[in-house]
Ligand binder design. Structure first.
Ligand code: SAH
Length: 252
């Protein structure tokens, strides 16, 4: 059996209780060493076989899984954040299906949630934005035509850019062309929830120079939108006048 486990965004105690239990029971761990906090390996039991997938191809990863399965061993495949975002676990699951190897998926705290925590921010403020676009700037990995950054930017909603910190000159051009004002608030969150987490608050117009001055290229998220500002309406949910399923308000 193979368990795909979301490691969480960084801090070793941000993995789920289920993920930590599976790590402790695993005979084999294959972890994404480029981003997973190595402190998580302290959950592993004595004698656990550990592989860093940063140095492996898809085929090599699957070969380790197949060998473990043949020996009746349990495998944890540890992905950073939540596996469903830029995790490349679908291609692994498809090959496991072909090999008739059973697997399941344990979700994790994605770095975009870790970034909101670092910023002490709410992405979905009433009257500011009720949607979050999670996307990336096109680089060596192509982005479908309908999802070009300029088009995504035309919504003006909260946006979180993964995998884009080294492509910020082009990204800012697209964000401005799409419709964000140059003074729309933005923030760069480096290593959210890690001990060396850092945050730089700036604007869309100053994103690229802020990243350059800070020397940040990797392991960072770019967040954009009015949610980083101060103008919002309070929620209906906790408004004394508002009646809903669980509470009678003064409008009843
Ligand atoms: N599955 C992961 C994302 C993997 S893609 C998740 O859910 O978070 C790798 C990209 O995620 C990095 O280039 C960076 O943009 C972002 N990232 C991952 N961990 C991060 C962290 N702790 N802080 C900021 N960005 C992070």
């Amino acid at each position: 059996m193979v368990h795909f486990v979301g490691a969480g965004s960084g801090a070793a105690d941000l993995i789920t209780v289920r993920g930590a239990r599976l790590l402790g029971e695993a005979d084999v761990i294959i972890y994404a060493g480029s981003l997973v906090n190595p402190d998580l390996l302290e959950y592993a039991k004595e004698g656990c076989e550990i592989h860093n997938s940063a140095h492996m191809t898809l085929e090599e990863v699957i070969d380790v899984m197949k060998a473990a399965e043949a020996a009746g061993k349990m495998v944890v495949r540890l992905h950073t954040g939540d596996p469903s975002l830029y995790g490349a676990h679908r291609e692994q699951m498809d090959l496991l299906d072909e090999a008739h190897i059973a697997y399941d998926v344990v979700p994790g705290v994605s770095s975009f949630c870790g970034a909101a925590a670092a910023l002490k921010a709410e992405y979905t403020l009433p009257n500011v934005s009720q949607s979050v676009i999670i996307t990336r700037m096109e680089g060596r990995t192509p982005v479908p035509e309908g999802e070009k950054l300029r088009l995504m930017a035309s919504h003006g909603c909260t946006m979180v850019l993964f995998l884009s910190t080294s492509l910020l000159d082009g990204a800012v051009e697209e964000l401005l062309a799409g419709g964000y004002d140059a003074d729309t608030p933005a923030a760069i969150v480096y290593k959210a929830t890690w001990p060396d987490e850092q945050v730089w608050r700036c604007t869309v117009g100053t994103l690229a120079e802020t990243a350059r001055a800070a020397g940040v290229k990797n392991t960072a998220l770019i967040t954009i939108g009015g949610f980083l500002g101060d103008a919002y309406e309070r929620s209906r949910l906790y408004d004394p006048t508002f009646t809903h399923m669980f509470r009678e308000g003064s409008d009843a």
